[in-house]
Design a protein around this ligand. Structure first.
Ligand SMILES: Cc1cc2nc3c(=O)[nH]c(=O)nc-3n(C[C@H](O)[C@H](O)[C@H](O)COP(=O)(O)OP(=O)(O)OC[C@H]3O[C@@H](n4cnc5c(N)ncnc54)[C@H](O)[C@@H]3O)c2cc1C
Length: 501
């Protein structure tokens, strides 16, 4: 007899969401997490009185989170306290110009007008069309399974209004940006989302143009740090009997007759279950934990063909003073062409960028309780992303020089005497991410996401190769991100209910 109905491997956002919903639906559910924290990339660790976010720094598009709590029959506000952040972003451009985009659309229009009057019309056109599209597509597309041609057709037939947006969505990110804006400063201020999400504007999906716009509906920071999101969902799930075991590394997925029957832990313990859900990188789950011997050859070939998403070093800084910043996020931007070039250099040649994009996140602006009184935190993606295998070197050797580069950037953009105010500084290189989260090559979004690897082109949440085996999180549709992995948890739960409910 099975010990559990459902075992979830990994307590990332997708795993916690699927696990909590399974528990709510009456399944005896166990989540096994190899580290000592829940949340994976969306987590917060404590050091010397500072609370640093491991990766994700903000949440926008609240629809999937609200849906998770609706399905749990709980009020989100009772579990997660979201603090609105306004302005959305502050920018520092190549020519030293500084400006911020507020949430308010009319106020943003004024900012755009002051920089590039020629782009006001494009902005108005794009925001009118885009906000309508976001509204109409949220439930229809974001929370619907789109993992096969029949499913995609069903969604299209049920929601014919979304089809008119397809020509825009099928463009690249830079295609959407250049269609609506002429000025290079404005272009770069709305073209960086795909870059930080793992694909430069020239190959990133046009959807990222709308993600930038969706931030005008509000961006939020959970009180207590980003771990507040998985913790809130886990707390709600535990009220339905959800069990979470930390420091429990899964080594193997047990398979008999092409059916998942449980897992084996690092220490050899076997736990049997009716279903297994993987929240880890799909390549690792299929090729290492199940293994090619248990898979049909087409599945091995398909898994081999997926590329791993990018890695991204993070620097965590504690300061004994207030930084000279204007917003929760400050983006040091380059032009679209610079983003494409830098990305190609690091991805294909292993060159660590020197003049790329940086993202400085200032979480104590929203929640001062994250640091000792009067102190502040900066979570810093310095010249990011960067290669897993830097040309002719490795990250353990580069750590100190990378930290030094980061301090120089902070001197330029945040405080000239920042060095005298740093009380603590940690770095998580791609190698550290690999060790901390067991994410292959330190990848931060599971599998690579460009326009050729979205929706039904990603691994299916209900395995076609192994019965009773499911995927959730960034390796599957809709890819990496906080709202997207929450949505993926909802979608995977839908398949489980269809099969076993
Ligand atoms: C630097 C960085 C910045 C980001 N910024 C943002 C942002 O601002 N906004 C946004 O929306 N998104 C952002 N993201 C992306 C977002 O955080 C992730 O896409 C999302 O949290 C991933 O969720 P997931 O469900 O795929 O699980 P993951 O976070 O990948 O978690 C997987 C879990 O599985 C565990 N695990 C791995 N192997 C095993 C094993 N063998 N046994 C047991 N457990 C195992 C890991 O320890 C981990 O806890 C960022 C990510 C990073 C790293």
């Amino acid at each position: 007899m099975a010990d559990y109905d459902v075992i979830v491997i990994g307590a990332g956002l997708g795993g916690i969401t699927t696990g909590a919903l399974c528990a709510k639906n009456g399944f005896r559910t166990l989540i096994l997490e190899q580290s000592d924290l829940i949340g994976g990339c969306c987590s917060t660790y404590e050091r010397d009185g500072y609370k640093f976010d491991v990766g994700a720094s903000i949440v926008e598009i609240l629809h999937p989170m609200e849906k998770v709590f609706e399905l749990l029959g709980k009020r989100r506000e009772d579990y997660i306290d979201l603090i609105p952040c306004d302005p959305i972003y502050s920018f520092i451009t190549e020519d030293g110009r500084k400006f911020s985009y507020p949430t308010d659309i009319d106020e943003t229009t004024k900012i755009i007008e002051s920089i590039a009057p020629e782009d006001v019309e494009g902005w108005k056109k794009f925001s009118n069309m885009g906000l309508k599209m976001i509204d109409e597509m949220m439930e229809a597309v974001m929370l619907s399974p789109l993992n096969s041609i029949p499913e995609a057709m069903a969604v299209g037939m049920k929601n014919p209004q979304v089809l008119k947006f397809m020509p825009t969505l099928l463009r690249t990110h830079q295609g959407v940006v250049r269609k609506f804006y002429k000025n290079p400063v404005i272009q770069s201020s709305v073209a960086f989302q795909s870059y930080f999400a793992g694909a430069p504007p020239e190959i990133g999906s046009g959807i990222f143009g709308f993600i930038a716009l969706s931030e005008h509906l509000g961006i939020y920071y959970p009180r207590g740090g980003m771990i507040g999101i998985p913790k809130g969902i886990a707390d709600a799930g535990q009220e339905f009997g959800l069990e979470i075991r930390l420091n429990s590394k899964v080594e193997r997925i047990l398979v008999e007759n092409r059916t998942a029957i449980g897992v084996e832990l690092e220490d050899g313990t076997q736990i049997r279950s009716r279903m297994v859900v993987s929240n880890i990188n799909a390549k690792v789950a299929y090729l290492k934990m199940i293994g090619p011997d248990h898979l049909p050859s087409w599945a091995v070939k398909a898994m081999d063909s997926y590329r791993i998403s990018m890695p991204c070093p993070m620097i965590y800084v504690g300061l004994d003073c207030k930084p000279d910043l204007d917003a929760h996020h400050t983006v040091v931007t380059g032009s679209i062409d610079a983003m494409n070039k830098v990305w190609n250099d690091f991805y294909t040649k292993g060159i660590i960028p020197k003049t790329a994009m940086s993202l400085i996140c200032w979480p104590t602006e929203a929640d001062p309780s994250l640091a000792p009184e009067g102190h502040h935190i900066l979570n810093f993606l310095c010249n990011a992303p960067a290669p897993y295998a830097p040309l002719g070197d490795n990250w353990d050797r580069l750590k100190e020089s990378y930290k030094e580069d980061a301090i120089k950037e902070l001197e330029t953009y945040v405080l000239p005497d920042v060095r005298d105010h740093i009380t603590i500084m940690d770095i998580s290189t791609p190698l550290d991410f690999e060790r901390r989260l067991l994410s292959p090559q330190g990848s931060i979004y599971g599998l690579f996401s460009d326009i050729t690897s979205l929706a039904l082109l990603r691994p299916h949440p209900r395995s076609r190769a192994i019965k009773n085996f499911y995927l959730t999180g960034s390796s599957t549709h809709l890819g990496g991100g906080v709202p997207t992995t929450l949505a993926s948890g909802v979608i995977t739960n839908g398949y489980i209910m269809k099969d076993h409910g």
